[in-house]
Design a protein around this ligand. Structure first.
Ligand code: ATP
Ligand code: MG
Length: 404
C-alpha cells in the first residue's frame, strides 16, 4: 500500500487533529492507494462540524457550496481539498438523493453509507487503514461488493448500479453474485436517474479495460434504462467493443451500432451526449455505410474525400473490430500514411482554388465548383499532379471544352 500523502493533505489532517478532531482520507483515494495507483484527488472526512472546519481553516480560501452535505472546500497551496463532516444519509424517497443528511461522530457510520466495500475505507498516518467491511480483501480478490444489503443500497440510490458496473469495467474487477443479482432486480429504478449521470457513468465504463464484461454482466440494468440497446446483436457488439481503442466516443458508436439513423439520434439525445460526441458517432455511422468494396487505394482516397480523415478512420476501426479482417487494418495504416504525407484528399488540400481561377479569367459560379471537384477526383486517382500549373492548365482545358 502507498502510504505517503501529499504535503497539503498531511497538513490538513494534522490541523484537524490538533484542534481535537478525528480526520482521515476516505473513499476513492484509499482504494487507489491500496492498489498502488496514484489518487487523482483526496477527500477528507472528519468529526468536526462544518462550522468547526471553517474555524480550523480560518485564513485560508474556502468555498461553501457543499455546505448542506457537510462539505467545506479549502484551498491549501492553491489546491482544493474537500473536507466533509462524518455523516449518515437520511431516507431516499426519490431513489437518488438522500432526503436529509445527519452528522455523526462515528467514522464507521460514515463508512457504512458508502457504496462499495472498496470505497468504504479510511486512512490516517496515526491509525493506519480503517477497513470495517473488508475492502482490502475485496481489492485483493478483485471484487465489487456492496456495503450492507445490496438490494437496499441500490433501492436507496440506483446510480450505484451504474457506478458498480463502471468500477468493474475500469478496475477489471468481478461483481459479487449478490451484488450482481441486486443490480438486475433493481434495474427498473435506473429510470429515476438523470440522463447526465447515466451518460457520465456509461462513458467512463466504456473506456475501461473490462468494458465488454461489464456491458454483458450489466445488460439487464443498461437495457432497462436504454431499451433501444436490447437486441440480438447486443453481446456481439459488447464483445467487439473491446477490440477498439479505449476511446469512449468510438466505443459508444459500437454500442449503438444496432440502431437505425433515427433511433441513433434518439438515443444520443436521450443520453444528452455532447454535440462533439453525437456528431462523431453519427459521422462514423454514415462513413461505415460508405466503406468501399474492394477497399483498394483509390477507393480509400475517395472515401476520405467524402467523409474526411477522422470519420473514415473511425469507420475503419469499427469495421476492423467487428470483423477482425486484415484488410481494414491495412486500410487504417494506409490512411495514417496518407494523413502523414499530407496527401491531397479535399478541396482545401488542392493547390488551386476558385480565387486562382477567377484571376485567370474564369467566371465564378456552379460550373467552377464542378471543375474544381473534377480536378480533385483526378488528383486523388493519380491522373493529375497537385501542382498549380498542372491544375490550372487542366481547369482551362475543361472550361474550353465546356464552351465549345
Ligand atoms: P473516482 O475515481 O471516480 O473519483 P471515487 O470512489 O472517488 O471514484 P467519487 O464519486 O469521487 O468516487 O465519490 C467519493 C466517495 O464517495 C466514494 O469512494 C464513495 O465512498 C462515496 N460515494 C460516491 N457516490 C456514492 C453513492 N452514489 N452512494 C454511496 N456512496 C457514494
Ligand atoms: Mg473521487
Amino acid at each position: 500500500m502507498r502510504t505517503e500523502l501529499p504535503e497539503t493533505v498531511n497538513k490538513a489532517l494534522s490541523m484537524l487533529h490538533q484542534a481535537g478532531f478525528e480526520a482521515y482520507v476516505v473513499g476513492g483515494c484509499v482504494r487507489d492507494m491500496l492498489m498502488d495507483h496514484s489518487p487523482k484527488d483526496y477527500d477528507l472526512a472528519t468529526s468536526a462540524h462544518p462550522q468547526a472546519i471553517q474555524r480550523v481553516f480560518a485564513g485560508f480560501a474556502m468555498t461553501l457550496e457543499g455546505l448542506k452535505h457537510g462539505t467545506v472546500r479549502v484551498i491549501l497551496n492553491h489546491e482544493p481539498l474537500e473536507i466533509t463532516t462524518f455523516r449518515v444519509d437520511g431516507g431516499y424517497s426519490d431513489g437518488r438523493h438522500p432526503d436529509a443528511v445527519r452528522f455523526t461522530p462515528s467514522l464507521e457510520e460514515d463508512l457504512l453509507r458508502r457504496d462499495f466495500t472498496i470505497n468504504a475505507m479510511a486512512y490516517a498516518p496515526e491509525t493506519g487503514l480503517i477497513d470495517p467491511f473488508g475492502g482490502r480483501a475485496d481489492i485483493a480478490a478483485r471484487l465489487i461488493r456492496c456495503v450492507g444489503d445490496p438490494e437496499k443500497r441500490f433501492s436507496e440510490d440506483a446510480l450505484r448500479i451504474l457506478r458498480g458496473l463502471r468500477f468493474a469495467a475500469v478496475l477489471d474487477f468481478e461483481i459479487h453474485p449478490d451484488t450482481l443479482q441486486a443490480m438486475e432486480r433493481l434495474s427498473p429504478k435506473l429510470n429515476l436517474i438523470s440522463a447526465e449521470r447515466v451518460e457520465a457513468e456509461l462513458m467512463k465504463l466504456l473506456t475501461g479495460p473490462a468494458a465488454s464484461r461489464s456491458l454483458i454482466l450489466g445488460r439487464a440494468a443498461l437495457c432497462a434504462r436504454m431499451p433501444c440497446l436490447d437486441d440480438a446483436g447486443y453481446e456481439e457488439r459488447a464483445r467487439a467493443l473491446a477490440r477498439l481503442p479505449r476511446d469512449a466516443d468510438l466505443r459508444l458508436a459500437m454500442l449503438l451500432g444496432g440502431l437505425d439513423e433515427q433511433a441513433l439520434s434518439g438515443a444520443l439525445t436521450g443520453l444528452k451526449s455532447s454535440r462533439a460526441t453525437a456528431g462523431r458517432v453519427q459521422r462514423a455511422r454514415a462513413a461505415l455505410q460508405k466503406i468501399p468494396v474492394p477497399l483498394e487505394n483509390t477507393a480509400l482516397r475517395l472515401l476520405i474525400r467524402d467523409v474526411g480523415f477522422a470519420a473514415a478512420a473511425d469507420a475503419l476501426n469499427l469495421r476492423l473490430a467487428q470483423t477482425g479482417e486484415a484488410a481494414f487494418a491495412r486500410a487504417l495504416e494506409e490512411l495514417q500514411g496518407l494523413r502523414a504525407s499530407g496527401a491531397c484528399l479535399s478541396l482545401k488540400d488542392m493547390r488551386l482554388d476558385g480565387g486562382a481561377l477567377i484571376r485567370s479569367g474564369m467566371a465564378p459560379g456552379p460550373e467552377m465548383g464542378r471543375i474544381l471537384n473534377t480536378l480533385l477526383d483526378r488528383v486523388i486517382q493519380g491522373e493529375l499532379k497537385n501542382q498549380p500549373e498542372d491544375l490550372l492548365a487542366a481547369a482551362l482545358e475543361m472550361a474550353r471544352h465546356k464552351i465549345e
